[in-house]
Each structure stands twice: as C-alpha cells, then as structure tokens.
Design a protein around this ligand. Sequence first.
Ligand code: AHG
Ligand code: MN
Ligand code: MN
Length: 335
Amino acid sequence: MQQSKLITMDEFTIMETRKFPQATGELSSLLRDIGLAGKLVNKQVRKAGLVDIIGEYGATNIQGETQQKLDVFANETLIGILKYSTDCAGIASEENDDHLAFEDSFSANSKYVVLFDPLDGSSNIDVNAPIGTIFSIYRRVSELGKPCTIDDFIQPGNRQMAAGYIIYGSSTMIVYATRLGVNGFTLEPSIGEFCLSHPNIKCPENGKIYSINQGNTSKCSEGMVSYLNYCMEPNKEEGRPFSHRYIGSMVADMHRTLLKGGIFIYPADKSSPKGKLRLQYECNPMAFIIEAAGGKATWGGGNIMDIQPTELHQRTPVFIGSKNMVNKVLEYVGA
Ligand code: AHG
Ligand code: MN
Ligand code: MN
C-alpha cells in the first residue's frame, strides 16, 4: 500500500531554512528544542487527570516531593531545555519576575532569545479543556559573547523572528509562524513526531464568531458595549447575530480564530485599564502569527506589534483575528 509522505516539523524547518542561503540553521534547531519541550509538557498534560488517582503521581511522591503544578512543570521544562540548547542566549517567562541570561559560553554566543507563557489557560486544566504554550523568538540586540540583557526582551513585536504556540487539545499541535507564513504540525503520538498537517494557514478575512469575556460588559467603554450590541443583532453579512465562543484559554480561542476566522478581544475595562493579557508573551506572538496568516491585531490605537515595551510583564488591550472583523471593531473603539 502506498503511504503518503509524512513531513516532520524538523524536515519542514530545514527545507524552509534552505530557501535562505545565508541561514545557519540556528532558528530551526531552536524550534526543534521548543517542540521537544512541548512533547514533554504534553506527556504531563495527558496524565493531569490521573494525579489524584494513581499513587505514583499523587500529591507527594515516595521521596516526599510535592507534585509540581503543571505551569511550574512547563516553565521548568522549557527553561531546562533552552538552557542546554546551543542556540538560546536567555529567556523570559510569565512565571519569572526577571529575564534569565544563560551564562555559559555557548549561550553567550547565541543569537536568539525566547519569551514564553509556559502554560496558558491554566484555569482550564481541572476541567479538561484545551490549554497551551505560547512562544516568541527575537534576535538579540546586545553584544554577542556576553550574557544577554533586558534590552533583548523589550523589543517591539515587529522584530520577532518567529512565534508560535502549542495547543494541548483533542490532539496536540504546534503552530508556528515566520515571515514565510504559518504552518501547523500535529503530534503523531505513536512516533512522537510533530507532522505537517496544516500547511500555509490563512486566517479568513471574514468570520462569524466573536470571542470575549462578555461577563465584563458592565465594566467596558461605551464604544465596546455598542460593538457587543452590534455582534448580538442580526448583521447584514449573515442576516443573523454572530456566534459567541469563549474558552478562556487564549491559545484555544486563537487557534479557532486562526483556522475558522472570527475575532478575539480582551479590552481595557474599569478593573483592568491596560487590559489583562501580556504584550510580550501572549499578544505579540499571536499578533505575529495572525498577521503572517493575513489577519490583523490592534490595541485600539495602532498595531500591537508597534508598541515599544518598557517592561517585561506589561499588559495591553487586544483585538485580533479576521481583518474585516478587526476593522469593524475599530469603528466602535478605535482611538
Ligand atoms: P494564563 O493561564 O497564562 O494566566 O492566561 C490566562 C489568560 C488567557 O489564556 C485567557 O484568554 C484569559 O486569561 C482569560 O481571562 P478571563 O478569565 O478574565 O476571561
Ligand atoms: Mn496566558
Ligand atoms: Mn500562563
């Protein structure tokens, strides 16, 4: 029987790299390391529900060590792998107050830094809903040969070299973008490889789904409330209201938005005047992916990726998804 050719993520990134004669392969090897961390996190995620059932994975193990929470596990796994990667000068994570510069000579000579949200949507772990990991890769601006510095981590999103996410859903996938486009790879568990399943992803220009925590409406601006009313009334495109979907896990809501079209919103409101989501490891990577797929991402007064960050954990409002839906919301909330 003829078998169709499986293309693994490693093969794919190497093929892509060959399009640039000057490329050194360092970015491909970094993506491979992030994929490896994703497989290790996936292994833990898949047994999350067993933690209280099987003694071996109980709250404390036989040595009396406390079972690590998944977001701590994911953070430590990513840091552990990237620290010993030959191509990562340092990291910044949602779970660490400050950036971490790797000080060995390999790392000090590495060109790239990685920012990540190790486990996104952690409130969904207990209810078996999709969760994810989000990452963003920059070329460092500090001097090679020395440890990286904070300046490497507070670059605007438009300087990202690559960005992506891993979704631990009904299947596990890694989706990553470079300036060449966006591609998705599904984990084939029996061989432990991410295989190309969603080549050249494009975000539809129009969508039928809006995704927002609508419970916060009373805290929203008038413009935002008017936009939500527009979503709930029959519109001229469909002759019916848009559908509302909100998982509360940005990776899962964005994965649907990327593939099916729609808009994902986390606005500023009275209790979060700067929005809730983090610029550097949630909104910028998603903006990079969605724009590489033909969509749009704004904070309401300009492109997300044009914001010059001033600190590592800063927040931003975000309106992201199908180009025409983002343009429409700007008619209501645009600054
Ligand atoms: P994290 O689990 O990394 O802290 O992120 C949770 C985020 C994001 O995934 C999601 O879109 C948002 O929080 C949900 O917030 P609300 O519960 O306020 O809607
Ligand atoms: Mn998050
Ligand atoms: Mn998180």
